[in-house]
Ligand binder design. Sequence first.
Ligand SMILES: [Zn+2]
Length: 452
Amino acid sequence: MKMEQIVNFCKNYGFIFPGSEIYGGLANTWDYGPLGAKLKNNIKDAWRKRFIQENDNSFELDASILMHPRVWEASGHVSGFSDPLIDCKECKMRVRADNLVNDFTNTSKGDAMNEKELVEFIKTNNIPCPNCGKTNFTDVRQFNLMFQTQRGVTTDSKNTIYLRPENAQGEYVNFLNVQRSMRAKIPFGIGQIGKAFRNEITPGNFTFRTIEFEQMEHQLFCKPGTDMEIYEKYKEYAKKFFIDLGISENKLRYHDHEKLVFYAAAACDIEYEFPFGWGEINGTHDRTNYDLSQHQEFSGKSQEYLDPETNEKFIPYVIESTVGCDRAVLAILCNAYEEEKLENDTREVLKLKPFLAPYKVAVLPLVKKYHSEKAREIYKNLTKKFSTIYDDTGSIGKRYRREDAIGTPFCITIDDNTEKEGTVTIRDRDTMKQETIKLEDIEDYINKRINL
Ligand SMILES: [Zn+2]
């Protein structure tokens, strides 16, 4: 399967469209269509259930995207969140110097080089521009990945604020607010789902890397010394979450980081095997007490927690578990999409877990002229309980195929027996088998089969 197939499928069936398409598109932006929005929301609901509702002592937060600029000084993003970029003097192409070295050597040695070393290495090895093939580059310039904007009417540097490049700082600056208002005792967690923004020039692989993206993040605040055990638990918890979303286990792997940022005690990604290769969909990090210590120093406000049992005061450690929401959507689509060979035919089928399916049930009158009145009535009733779709256009076979392709797990067909005997046939997407059930049993039948 190729990425192109998924991209076309997503566009044709209303899952994902190119951003601002009628204007020629805006690079690395995508819009979720009617089905994509539903799928994404279902994934968010599943995350909420797992990481907040079923997770002891966990609370959801919905923090502001715009934060005090000092937050990003404390977090290190103002000084250190940048890519080393160089421009080709011949064709004006802008590239990442570290990627240029990495691609040329087929290693990751560029990651460890400073600006001078990168320039030297590119010169002495005559690494060519990927666009024009010449070697004539500018010096490296550090390019901060945060989107800046000005608040108020003057464009004074004092008014510079940033679109958040990650959600986590919202949880950190509200750590004590949540702890006090919820009377929370350590260990407890704060999670949130929200958008973050990064001004990356690296091309994206569809929705895998975009300049605007959504994260589902959980920060667990704990006592120093208990952190490694919790870290291991969250590595497994996140993997189990993906498996429960229907992702094949053999398409998932852990990638432990050998090189850690200076404050981290441990870090691991979960990667999914996309058609373009392995890519990170989750990160679990032991961030020690770095974040809260930084905020204590930069804000001048104590971030210590008083243990009510031992009367000990300490700054908690943080175990972060973050899932890229857009990447989870993409992994689930790639994983669920199949071109299935049938006896004399093939069909496109999206084998989504029923709880993730955009529509749980389709209502189809067998013959529009005779059965649509009753079908509309059944449809209206079902919309009160489930995300339901109604379709009376084309042959019944074609309508089944369309529902298969968009992942609808159940199709209900209304025929002569519906009026006469009060029954409908219900068809299963995966087995394509049909059974006859009573009208009053439809709700129960679906309800039993759509839970996480
Ligand atoms: Zn060039």
